[in-house]
Design a protein around this ligand. Structure first.
Ligand code: DAH
Length: 444
């Protein structure tokens, strides 16, 4: 069964001490209202936008559930980095300072906006990435570590987007003076340098034509020779990881590297894999911003970091077609992954696909503030995991009034049963009421 708001068990770690009903995603917040989450009480303010349906999932911790595909993938990745420290239980409720400020995010970075991130109040939020813990882990003098956890972002709705997903952060830093010797202790790396090809998987292709240039420069404080050692080691570590994970995958593996930008690495890249006809971003990475290492008291070090998206990789590896399935509590899903041993990935056998129930909704915008993420959030709050995707199917401006009208198609479908038209009509009615009330639109 999918967890749902109607199911009081899914709310066990969450209480709203306010007069608002839990289904209201944007409670009108007055002075003394608080949330109590896992025993800690938080003041709400006008930045609060986190919803009960999101908070109810905080206790699930899928990456810690034995036999769950995300658990299996996490442990596989940990085996690739055997001498690292692993941190898997950091609290996803973090300060804005940790999630953004410590990592050098500019004040006007779009990721900070309420349309993109979930805030408990002005100072506290749900982490949007596992990088939020980098500084604290470096500050405890760790030099190689993996951090895995659930991360939260307001987003569109389709088969590969869900407001909660899992990331794995990895980092390794070396003594600047001694980096060549330190890296040369990594035997796998040396073998790969000599054979030019990593002998893990033959039917794979790595495409990397990125170059260091003014668009993606090295940091001015870094000596070029030392950075180059770190870059090569980073790319080796990730290429060999992906090749190992996909060693038994039937399709040929294509990996490519592209330039990227992150506020906390420089230079930065993204790694993509080719799957079902398109390039899928699975990882961001780069050379750690020296300011972070300096703040952490490790100014004599240089090194790399990455953040892997676990669902993306697991969907390809296990053939899981819809991201909502990771949250399924249906034994037909969970029991499929119990037989895993070392290199053998068990593919997901889909149970039958149940029929969809499609509803359109169209409305006039009364101001410029409409944001699709707010719209999707309202749908999720009412439909939970019964919504499969939401697509804009019409967008036009009336020639005379200049008013803009949008029409969205909402595809409702359960993954474990057939939904009735009646129940979907009720949900759709609540969605209609909520968007009219909260988004300043006029229904058509
Ligand atoms: N935190 C980034 C994200 O969520 C991913 C990332 C990029 C992590 C670069 C890193 C890194 O550690 O060095 O998009």
């Amino acid at each position: 069964m999918f967890s749902s708001l109607q199911n009081s068990k899914s709310l066990n770690s969450f209480q709203v001490l306010s007069t608002e009903t839990p289904s209201n995603p944007y409670p009108h917040v007055t002075h003394n209202e608080t949330f109590t989450i896992e025993g800690i009480s938080y003041k709400l303010d006008d930045q609060t936008n986190v919803s009960p349906s999101i908070l109810s999932k905080l206790s699930r911790k899928l990456h810690l559930q034995p036999h769950h595909p995300l658990y299996i993938l996490r442990t596989q990745i940990e085996q690739h980095f055997p001498h690292f420290s692993y941190f898997n239980t950091f609290n996803p409720i973090v300060t804005v300072q940790k999630n953004f400020d410590d990592l050098g995010f500019p004040k006007d970075h779009p990721g900070r906006s309420k349309t993109d991130s979930y805030y408990i109040n002005k100072q506290i939020m749900l982490r949007t990435h596992t990088s939020a813990h980098q500084l604290e882990v470096f500050s405890k003098m760790n030099t190689k570590f993996l951090i895995s956890g659930d991360v939260y972002r307001r987003d569109e709705i389709d088969s590969s987007h869900y407001p909660i997903f899992h990331q794995m952060e990895g980092a390794q830093i070396f003594n600047i003076q001694n980096i060549e010797q330190e890296i040369s202790k990594d035997k796998k790396y040396l073998i790969s340098l000599n054979s030019r090809k990593i002998p893990l998987r033959d039917n794979s292709e790595v495409n990397d034509d990125t170059i260091i240039s003014t668009n993606n420069p090295i940091q001015s404080c870094h000596p070029i020779e030392q950075v180059n050692f770190a870059i090569k080691h980073l790319k080796f570590s990730l290429n060999s990881l992906i090749k190992k994970l996909f060693i038994n995958h039937d399709e040929n593996l294509k990996i490519r590297w592209i330039d990227a930008y992150f506020p906390f690495t420089c230079p930065s890249w993204e790694m993509e894999i080719f799957f079902k006809g398109k390039w899928l971003e699975i990882c961001g990475c780069g050379i750690v911003d020296q300011n972070i290492l300096n703040k952490a008291g490790q100014s004599d070090k240089i090194g790399w970091a990455f953040g892997l998206g676990l669902e993306r990789i697991a969907m390809v590896l296990f053939d899981i077609p819809d991201i909502r399935l990771f949250w399924s509590q249906d034994e037909r899903f969970l029991d499929q992954f119990t037989d895993f041993n070392d290199n053998k990935i068990i593919k997901f056998l889909p149970f039958s696909k149940f029929p969809p129930c499609i509803k359109d909704i169209s409305f006039w915008l009364n101001d410029q503030n409409f944001h699709e993420n707010n719209f999707c959030e309202i749908i999720r709050n009412n439909a939970e995991d019964l919504v499969e995707d939401v697509k804009l199917i019409d967008d036009f401006v009336h020639p005379k009034t200049k008013k803009r009208s949008l029409c969205y198609r909402i595809n409702y479908r359960s993954m474990d049963r057939t939904v009735t038209n009646d129940e979907i009509n009720k949900i759709q009615e609540r969605v209609r009421e909520d968007i009219e009330e909260k988004l300043n639109v006029t229904l058509r």
